[in-house]
Design a binder for this molecule. Structure first.
Ligand code: HH2
Length: 338
């Protein structure tokens, strides 16, 4: 099998006939052709097979009412006692609402989660996870905070309650694999879904994960999950994909995925990146404390946006928004002399 990765150009002096990636802000003139067991080959995009090129060119439809012609920020609201970077901070409803209000000013959507999926985490009972998330979502909607709210869960019953409370997107870190009923809940509700790649469960996922070729293995696994979702009645126009940074991946795996993230546009779907404050950032910077990994998180977020990733999931919303604003200003500035 042949895989096509667009090579994004972020320079204002790019050739005028450069192609537009997925209707977004990135342009490309060349692609990298990837095949298992072979060294990558760089080709002019015009020489690539049209059937492989067309998913890269098709503009993405709106996702949960958001146009994807500019990068979108998803603010993380963990209503948990034990999330890896902010556990316990927003467990009380008043604290959760304050944090939501603070993020909503700069975020395009909010992701509410009631179960930590950090490496080594144990499962939370459905009743407890629902009690943490549904009332917060209802309060967010009642107060008119956030344009779009996603529920970050692997469990159908938790998703059902969240959707009833006013969530409009399901974000499943197991890509509908943990709970056999999840696909049906999403299909029936007709809501958008984020399919994230992971292997095993949080309890065991970091026990020596192995791949033949992490980039192509994750790509194939996501393609298979998308096909399953469609077979279950979920419209392709309502699916986004996420390579699942840190979920069953070593440092080398994470870096291999981040270096060639633009490959995932070949699936023809919006791509989401969640790298905020994760362990690999601490490993590379020497910052043990997750809450102090914001600078590294900003760098990874911008690297993702430079590869055309449409949605970025972050803890530090205001800081990421500021970084994005500046990145856009300097990469999309007019080249005409003043
Ligand atoms: N990462 C986490 C949780 N949900 N969802 C998507 N789509 N992508 C991600 O990368 C992702 C996710 C883990 O981060 P966090 O929610 O901050 O921590 P915890 O699981 O400990 O609550």
């Amino acid at each position: 099998m042949t895989y096509l990765r667009p090579i994004p150009i972020a320079d204002a002096a790019r050739p005028s006939d450069a192609l537009v990636l997925a209707g977004g802000w990135c342009r490309f003139t060349h692609v990298e052709v990837l095949e298992r067991g072979r060294a990558p080959v760089v080709l002019p995009a015009a020489e690539a097979p049209p059937s492989l090129l067309s998913p890269l060119l098709a503009p993405r439809p709106d996702f949960a009412g958001l146009t994807l012609d500019r990068p979108r920020l998803m603010g993380i609201l963990n209503v948990t006692p034990d999330s890896f970077s902010d556990g316990g901070l927003f467990l009380k409803p008043e604290a959760a609402m304050m944090q939501a209000r603070a993020m909503a000013a700069q975020a395009d959507l909010l992701d509410v989660g009631g179960e930590s999926t950090r490496p080594g985490a144990t499962e939370v009972a459905v009743a407890e996870e629902t009690a943490r998330t549904a009332p917060v979502i209802a309060a967010l909607r009642a107060a008119g905070i956030a344009r779009a709210v996603s529920i970050d869960t692997r469990k159908a019953a938790v998703a059902r309650a969240a959707l009833k409370a006013g969530a409009g997107i399901v974000n499943d870190v197991t890509a509908l694999q943990f709970d056999a009923e999840m696909a049906g809940v999403v299909a029936q509700a007709g809501v958008p879904v984020i399919l994230m790649h992971s292997i095993a469960t949080p309890a065991t996922m970091q026990d020596a994960p192995q791949y033949d070729d992490v980039l192509l293995d994750v790509y194939d696994a996501l393609a298979a999950r998308v096909a399953e979702a469609e077979a279950a009645g979920i419209a392709r126009a309502r699916i986004a994909v996420d390579p699942g940074i840190g979920f069953g991946k070593t440092l080398a795996h994470n870096l291999a995925l981040l270096a060639r993230l633009s490959l995932f546009h070949s699936l023809g779907l919006p791509v989401l990146l969640g790298a905020s404050r994760k362990r690999f950032i601490g490993t590379l910077t020497g910052e043990e404390e997750a809450a102090r990994r914001m600078p590294g998180s900003l760098a990874v977020a911008l690297a993702g946006v430079a590869q055309g990733v449409q949605m970025i999931r972050v803890h530090d919303v205001a800081e990421t928004r500021a970084a994005l604003t500046l990145w856009q200003a300097v990469t999309q500035a007019e080249t005409k002399p003043a």
